[in-house]
Design a protein around this ligand. Structure first.
Ligand code: UDP
Length: 329
């Protein structure tokens, strides 16, 4: 079993990944600067957590010269679309420049391969749906652009230095560890499902529905919600794929099933048995009407098989976690 470096291990997806790899018996080193993640998201004691910045080249040199890694999973990122429009410098610095430092260090120390957390935002406004890997990439905000630039660097680093990588474009990561130990925890929270659950719990104001005038069946935006455990599983499959000597690649990860904001709120009501306090609000800047993944390539090439495609299951896992989490708010 190989030794894996998980960068951004204290965030939502990174922490679920760490728990899953730990369970599978991998030797792990976790790196996080705790700028947006939480140390308490590392639920398995005995895991080695290095608190530091992925943009710190001296730290990476130290890590890579003292441990022999068989792969790196890179989750560390700023992720808020709206914030990225207001503060692009932060996004290009944190996402692009720091990842460049990581890639340079990996090449220098002959470490690889890399699995990179990318996003549906690399596509911008979709030209067709569901979105496959051949869809043109035209990000419409600095967040999407930062991930797009990194994908481009990955291609160039492969060609020039032989660094193998898989970029995984997440659509809407959702849900929580089915055991209820870890789940979504952002500060500030901007995501639909946790905000709806918090509104139900009465710990936040009524949910604002951002736009009911989109060209979708019920007028609210359609997204592809993918269970975080299934996302984590795809990373492991991608690592195995590269370890088997396959070429670098990119895959879109979603359920292939779109759900509108209203359909998610209906699922929240079914799961919690309570109404979601909500009010209509104007559209949020930068929100495409419809983002749904075509994940057939990930399924056929990686052998990825999502287990929790049902929206009620996704919401039920998030609900179990949120009832615990509100005690942390
Ligand atoms: N949304 C909403 N109210 C909120 C948060 C989100 O109506 O308080 C909508 C948002 O406009 C989008 C969908 O829910 O259409 C999912 O948004 P989220 O922020 O969860 O994920 P994103 O699609 O931005 O990655």
């Amino acid at each position: 079993m190989g030794k894996i470096l998980v960068v951004g291990a204290c965030g939502y997806i990174g922490s679920i990944m760490a728990a899953q790899l730990f369970k599978a018996g991998y030797d792990l080193v976790l790196l996080d600067d705790l700028s947006t993640g939480f140390e308490s998201s590392i639920v398995d004691v005995n895991l080695k957590l290095v608190i530091g910045d992925v943009g710190d080249r001296a730290l990476l040199d130290l890590l890579f010269s003292t441990e022999k890694f068989h792969g790196v999973l890179h989750f560390a990122s700023l992720i808020q679309v709206g914030e990225s429009v207001l503060k692009p410098a932060q996004y290009y610095r944190s996402n692009v420049a720091k990842t460049l430092t990581l890639l340079e260090a990996m090449v220098e120390h002959d470490v690889g391969p890399l699995i990179f957390s990318s996003t549906a935002a690399v596509f911008g406004e979709p030209e067709y749906s569901p979105i496959d890997e051949a869809h043109r990439q035209a990000p419409i905000n600095p967040y999407g652009a930062s991930k797009f630039m990194i994908e481009r660097m990955l291609e160039d680093f492969d060609r020039a230095y032989g660094l193998k990588s898989v970029a995984l474009r997440y659509f809407n990561a959702a849900g929580a560890d089915p055991e209820g130990r870890i789940g979504e925890r952002h500060d500030p929270e901007t995501h639909l499902i946790p905000l709806a659950l918090h509104a139900v719990l009465g710990v936040r104001p009524p949910l604002k529905v951002f736009g009911r005038d989109y060209p979708t069946p019920d007028g609210t935006c359609v997204r592809d919600y993918i269970h975080v455990t299934d996302l984590a599983e795809a990373h492991l499959r991608a690592l195995e794929y590269l370890w088997a000597g396959n070429p670098s690649a990119r895959f879109n990860l979603g359920n292939g099933n779109g759900f509108s904001v209203q359909e998610v709120l209906d699922a929240v009501e079914r799961v919690t048995g309570r109404p979601v306090p909500s009010e209509d609000a104007p559209r949020r800047a930068g929100d495409p009407a419809n983002l749904v993944a075509d994940s057939r390539a990930a399924k056929s090439v990686l052998g990825w098989n999502p287990q929790y495609a049902d929206i009620d299951t996704i919401v039920a896992h998030a609900w179990a976690w949120e009832q615990k989490r509100v005690k942390l708010l």
